[in-house]
Ligand binder design. Structure first.
Ligand code: IPE
Ligand code: IPE
Ligand code: MG
Length: 250
């Protein structure tokens, strides 16, 4: 289904559909537990949902989708689960990238990829290389990503520029700082969705979520349907975004 929303009641310049959606895909483990399956089975089922939601974004002409696949804290899970997740990333990238390329999707990874195996890093680089000129959906996959890591990383890059005399301290403002952060090539997320019932950010996009609309839903990620996603889009269309201003009704 393509979303058709009424434009009544919107401020000038306010868009009905989000340009950028960020998603914490949570609840795979609980989905598997409920079925007496290993947690890895939940992650595998979660990939199917991810595929569906990516396709939905393509169909609805959403500009950017950023998904949280693996946090910098997820390394602390049992070794078996981490290994299963890494294997799933490799196989999913291999099986999906060509299909995404055909759909004109531009794939980019955010996070510290140096901690991944050489094989996974190679897969990541190939996926980015193959799709780098695509102008359709901008799909950002947050892997070994942490919002705090992102801020510290931007600081390091910026300090380096200052030391090399390419930047002066007095020239640093929010726009300049943002240009060193992940996702600097897309607008900040308009809509943040977290499945699985928890109402927290869990070190996702701390800087970029400053003015995002936050949508939390109990549905576990493998059960999250197109209809559920479109429900979130409809909820977003009903939000009045003020960005600190007040809205004067004449
Ligand atoms: C999210 O699902 C996927 C990853 C963190 C990789 P979880 O694995 O956190 O699932 P729950 O929250 O334990 O149900
Ligand atoms: C956030 O979920 C990370 C991903 C979905 C990849 P977690 O399951 O790791 O978050 P917490 O532990 O509930 O905060
Ligand atoms: Mg979780």
């Amino acid at each position: 289904m393509n979303i058709h929303l009424e434009k009544d009641g919107l401020e000038d310049g306010q868009s009905l559909l989000p340009r950028h959606v960020a998603v914490v895909m949570d609840g795979n483990g609980r989905w598997a537990n409920k079925r007496h399956l290993p947690r890895a089975a939940g992650h595998k089922a979660g990939v199917k949902t991810t595929r569906k939601i990516v396709e939905n974004c393509v169909k609805n002409n959403i500009e950017a989708l950023t998904i949280f696949a693996f946090s910098s804290e997820n390394w602390s899970r049992p070794q078996a689960e981490v290994s299963a997740l890494m294997a799933l990333f490799v196989s999913t990238i291999m099986s999906e990238v060509r299909k995404l390329h055909k759909k004109n999707v531009h794939v980019q990874f955010i996070g510290d990829r140096k901690q991944f195996s050489e094989k996974l890093q190679k897969n990541i680089n190939e996926a980015e290389g193959l799709t780098k000129n695509n102008i359709g959906l901008h799909l950002n996959i947050a892997a070994n990503y942490g919002g705090r890591w992102d801020v510290v990383n931007a600081c390091k890059l910026l300090i380096n520029e200052v030391q090399n005399k390419n930047k002066k301290i007095q020239d640093i403002d929010e726009a300049c700082f943002n240009s060193f952060m992940s996702l600097n090539d897309v607008p900040a997320p308009d809509l943040f969705i977290r499945t699985g019932g928890e109402q927290r950010i869990s070190n996702f996009l701390l800087w970029q979520l400053a003015y995002s609309e936050l949508y939390f839903v109990d549905t576990l990620w493998p059960d999250f349907s197109d209809k559920d996603f479109e429900q979130a889009l409809i909820w977003f269309a009903g939000r009045q975004r003020r960005f600190g201003k007040i809205i004067i009704n004449h």
